[in-house]
Design a protein. Structure first.
Length: 317
């Protein structure tokens, strides 16, 4: 949501990591009806992915309590003094506290609260599978119900594990898009100020919000905050296809001669789940809900996840 929302190579560069720059800096705007998909994108995954997941998180089988530390890790804080707001002017402080992240009644709960912590007025959680689990190609399916309320910015997204193409030094770290040499895959983003709509995107150093050419898809989901839906990514060496409830609505294809500045999606990525509050995309209604653009009366805010399944890529286009 938008904005990787939090590198792990050098401590001094953590504040300028991909995760700290979720989604770029351009605010999301509601597209005209002409820009919305007129029909589902054609997609057939038959023969491309294994029929049985190689990794699964079925939260209905897990006891109430914390997540497994053998799989999940946490981003803590608000980006640090050199990169406040994770590069997006976000207004939450991420924690690993059970108030903000837990397994409860068969669901993974990520909860944002109006709660003071380290000088911030909101707390939330941002969890990730690195360093334990990383993915290269395959199908990821996440069954989730999104939070409601102006000011929320939930996201399911991916960043490079090894930062294969990004060079970090005193010069490049001044470029807020530098991390996009290794790309960002946004499986799902939503903002409470634009209800009933979710987006997906494939960001790269060439194609991103700052360059006003982000490769983004929009899908109208009238009950995304009251009903569970399947949010899915199908990732092959030559395409990224995004689906909701099995309907493909956005595909980004690799051209034969695309350099890594356009197609960096040939390396391991890890999964991130979070709710950001306010910021460049979540906090667009600051005049109506000063000072952060967050409707406090709608809180606390929860993203509930029933299951996550990963099906390996087994061949084809």
């Amino acid at each position: 949501m938008f904005v990787g929302s939090i590198l792990l190579v050098l401590l001094g560069l953590v504040l300028f990591s991909p995760a700290s720059l979720k989604g770029g800096v351009a605010p999301m705007t509601k597209p005209s009806s002409a820009s919305l998909p007129k029909a589902p994108v054609s997609s057939s995954s038959v023969g491309l992915f294994a029929s049985v997941p190689s990794w699964s998180q079925d939260f209905s089988t897990m006891p109430n309590g914390p997540l497994s530390s053998s799989i999940w890790s946490y981003d803590i804080g608000n980006g640090g003094p050199s990169n406040p707001g994770w590069g997006n002017n976000e207004d939450e402080y991420y924690t690993s506290n059970p108030d903000n992240v837990r397994v409860e009644n068969g669901q993974l709960i990520i909860e944002a609260e109006q709660q003071s912590d380290n000088g911030f007025d909101y707390t939330s959680a941002r969890i990730k599978t690195t360093p334990s689990l990383n993915f290269t190609y395959g199908k990821l399916d996440i069954v989730a119900e999104l939070p409601a309320g102006v000011g929320t910015w939930p996201a399911m997204w991916m960043l490079s594990t090894n930062n294969t193409y990004t060079i970090w030094n005193s010069t490049t770290e001044q470029d807020l898009n530098n991390y996009l040499h290794d790309g960002e895959i946004d499986i799902m983003e939503a903002t409470g100020s634009i209800p009933d709509q979710v987006t997906s995107s494939a960001q790269s150093y060439v194609y991103n919000p700052s360059n006003n050419n982000e490769r983004v898809g929009y899908f109208n989901v009238s009950n995304d905050t009251t009903t569970f839906h399947d949010y899915e990514l199908q990732w092959t060496p030559t395409s990224l296809t995004f689906l909701i409830d099995g309907v493909a609505y956005h595909t980004v294809d690799k051209a034969a001669n695309d350099p890594t500045t356009i197609w960096p999606y040939n390396q391991p990525f890890y999964l991130i789940l979070n709710i950001a509050m306010g910021g460049t995309e979540g906090g667009t209604e600051s005049q109506q809900y000063p000072p952060y653009g967050i409707d406090n009366s709608s809180g606390p805010w929860q993203m509930a996840i029933k299951s996550i399944n990963y099906y390996p890529y087994i061949g084809g286009s």
